[in-house]
Design a protein around this ligand. Structure first.
Ligand code: GTP
Ligand code: MG
Length: 323
């Protein structure tokens, strides 16, 4: 499955069916009254959030979707059938925009949350409704409400509790893999991760938090360098950021400042999130050429497992303190 976090689609609701203009006819009743029934309502376009989905990929296959129109009314006061609603499942964490105006139509964060993005047209009234004291045989009907056509943009922001930030190759994916069932790509070269991955980390018997791994950040990411900062949106809604710096870095403080700077350039809110600083690959201890003395909150090795249980503790305590 490809990871897609932004997509534009066209939706159309159903048009309401027209009311019917009809008159009662029967043997020996030459001039019956009006009996034209109402048209059916047009189908709505409805979005429903699902926590099972983590990509918008499905929407790239079919970018034009439509609910069905309501049927016309008929004689004998028969109502037309309502159009069928179109129900689209989107991943929980999807924000819906009117692509033309930029207006936010909704933000579907929780599983099962619903949003009607395009309401179907009302069914038109049949001529039975138009009888007046002066007109007993009206031909008048309602044509039925119009369909709504809309260009909408989905933007997915994955929902996680903790976001991992670091330079490429810092060992972010290795940590996610060591702590959860997720199996992100791990490799000895930069930018091995090209899309975000989520993993559930268990804490004790009942606790858990969701950890998000995103592609590495390099200096100038906010100007589009490397894979850029596009993926930072996926950690915007986390509650805690883990900043990871690998042991063999020559200058920890410089790396830390670069990373914090990129976060800050992306958004104020990201920059304000609480942070835990972790030194990774502790097994990789090189001779102490490193001149910068930076105090880390914690030190780990995903390879040997050193410091991992404590890491989980520290993170879960920090999360609990926020409640
Ligand atoms: N010795 C040692 N190597 C590690 C450790 N953690 C990760 N590595 C190695 O470091 C390299 C990069 O690891 P990744 O987990 O892919 O790093 P990343 O931060 O996800 O990299 P990008 O996705 O490119 O940003 C791989 O060769 C890993 O095997 C560790 O604790 N000790
Ligand atoms: Mg990675």
């Amino acid at each position: 499955m490809r990871f897609i976090d932004e997509v534009v689609i066209f939706v159309r609701s159903g048009k309401g069916g027209a009311g019917s203009s009809s008159f009662y006819r029967a043997p020996f009743v030459p001039k019956g009254g009006p009996d034209g029934g109402d048209g059916g309502r047009g189908g709505d376009v409805i979005l429903i959030a699902s926590s099972q989905l983590t990509t918008l990929e499905d929407f790239t296959l079919n970018r034009k979707v439509s609910a069905t129109d309501g049927n016309k009314g008929a004689g004998s006061r028969k109502s037309g059938k309502a159009g069928k609603d179109l129900i689209l499942k989107v991943p929980a964490g999807t924000i819906i925009y009117n692509d033309e105006t930029g207006e936010i139509l909704g933000d579907l964060e929780n599983d099962g949350e619903k949003l009607i993005v395009a309401k179907g047209g009302q069914g038109g009234r049949g001529n039975v409704h138009f009888v007046t004291s002066t007109n007993r045989t009206p031909r008048r009907i309602d044509p039925g409400g119009d369909a709504i056509e809309l260009k909408i943009r989905f933007e997915l922001k994955l929902l996680a509790d903790v976001g991992l930030v670091g330079k490429p190759n810092a060992g972010k994916s290795s940590l996610l893999s060591a702590l959860s069932d997720a199996s992100p790509k791990i490799a000895a070269y930069p930018f091995s991760t090209i899309e975000p991955a989520l993993g559930v980390v268990k804490v004790g018997e009942y606790g858990r938090f969701v950890l998000a791994d995103i592609p590495g950040l390099i200096e100038g990411a906010h100007t589009g360098r490397g894979l850029g900062i596009r993926f930072l949106r996926h950690i915007e809604r986390t509650r805690l950021i883990v900043v990871m710096i690998e042991t063999s870095e020559e200058n920890y403080t410089e790396v830390r400042n670069q990373l914090l700077n990129e976060l800050h350039s992306y958004s104020e809110s990201l920059s304000r999130l609480p942070k835990i600083f972790v030194r990774s690959k502790s097994d990789d201890e090189k001779p102490a050429t490193n001149k910068s003395r930076m105090k880390f909150d914690h030190v780990i090795s995903s390879l040997t497992g050193d410091g991992l249980p404590e890491f989980v503790d520290i993170v879960s305590k920090a999360l609990n303190q926020q409640h």
